[in-house]
Write a protein that binds this ligand. Structure first.
Ligand code: MLT
Ligand code: MN
Length: 311
């Protein structure tokens, strides 16, 4: 399976348009130890020709323009795209806004949990995806389904969606309800496998509020996991004066600390671990930071735009 990181930053990207903290100033000044990052999304393909997007980032147009794999081939029809399907993990702006880029009458399959497809159905702007051309397909949790393009042709990949601890999308939060109205299915993880392999090749979990026993069991021994790397420390945005919310309030576990990602993965024996959805406040964005060194010592890679992997 071919894996291509289209974007590695959390919502807002890096630099974020209205951010002027020390890290962002260094990036804007051209410091070579920092790289710009677009908002998170990964593309996967069984044959290297037809691609499945894991989330549709607001930066999708730029991501397509930067990656020849996602552009029409020289001899392809005058209207065509290698993008055959999109899988959604939730309804966050940084995961669905790119769907608006995929208008223009291109036929593809859109997979998401029923909760997320309902959100799209309630927002008529998503009607720009002509329903005669874009098939919306329900991803039920704990069911393994073959990913098919719009016409029903198999793409050589299977997906299993599973519930992970999280929160309703920020713009859907209902202050009057417990947990802001969050229900199962609002945030899912994706396990992807090739048709000819028995084991899961890749897990994609860009948002996760906690490691549960169920999640740890699923991930144990996995070949490749992309995991929530939003914040290094739970109070990091508050401490930096760039926000008022903790990571937990936003539905993200932090990378460091006793309940953090590094600690949660210790002993899980995952062969390749990659942090993605990295917020602009996170010191992991600075190559020379002690935090970056600590994550690498624990066996983690930090996703970057254009990163290519094969599993
Ligand atoms: C998140 O990851 O928590 C969301 O993308 C936040 C947002 O919508 O800005
Ligand atoms: Mn996000």
């Amino acid at each position: 399976m071919h894996v291509l990181v289209l974007g590695s930053a959390a919502g807002g990207g890096f630099p974020q348009w209205n951010c002027n903290d020390e890290t962002t100033r260094r990036l804007r000044a051209g410091d070579p130890g920092l790289s710009p990052r677009t908002q998170s999304s990964v593309a996967v393909s069984a044959d290297g020709r037809r691609w499945v997007l894991l989330n549709a980032s607001p930066d999708l147009r730029q991501q397509i323009n930067e990656r020849r794999q996602l552009q029409p081939g020289r001899d392809d029809p005058v209207r065509s795209s290698p993008i055959a399907a999109v899988l959604l993990t939730n309804a966050d702006v940084d995961h669905v806004a790119g769907l608006l880029t995929l208008r223009e009458s291109h036929a593809f399959a859109l997979y998401g949990h029923r909760r997320v497809l309902e959100v799209l159905a309630q927002n008529s702007i998503f009607n720009v995806l002509n329903q005669g051309l874009v098939a919306r397909r329900d991803l039920a949790v704990d069911e393994t389904v073959e990913i098919l393009d719009r016409a029903g042709t198999p793409l050589g990949l299977w997906v299993t969606a599973f519930a992970v601890p999280g929160k309703a999308a920020l713009w859907r939060e209902d202050e009057k309800q417990p947990s802001f109205g969050t229900r199962e299915g609002d945030t899912i993880g994706l396990a992807i496998q090739s048709a000819n392999e028995s084991e899961t090749a890749l897990f994609y979990i860009p948002g996760c509020a906690a490691m549960t026993g169920d999640l740890a069991r699923r991930l144990r021994g996995a070949a490749l996991v992309f995991f929530d790397g939003t914040l290094w420390r739970d109070d990091e945005m508050i401490a930096a004066g760039v926000g008022v919310k903790s990571g937990q309030r936003m539905g993200h576990m932090s990378v460091s600390g006793p309940d953090g990602v590094i600690a949660a993965f210790a002993g899980l024996d995952v062969r390749r671990k990659v942090l993605i959805h990295i917020n602009n406040s996170n010191p992991l964005l600075i190559d020379s930071s002690p935090e970056c060194a600590e994550a690498k010592r624990a066996g983690w890679e930090i996703a970057y735009d254009g990163m290519e992997l094969t599993v």
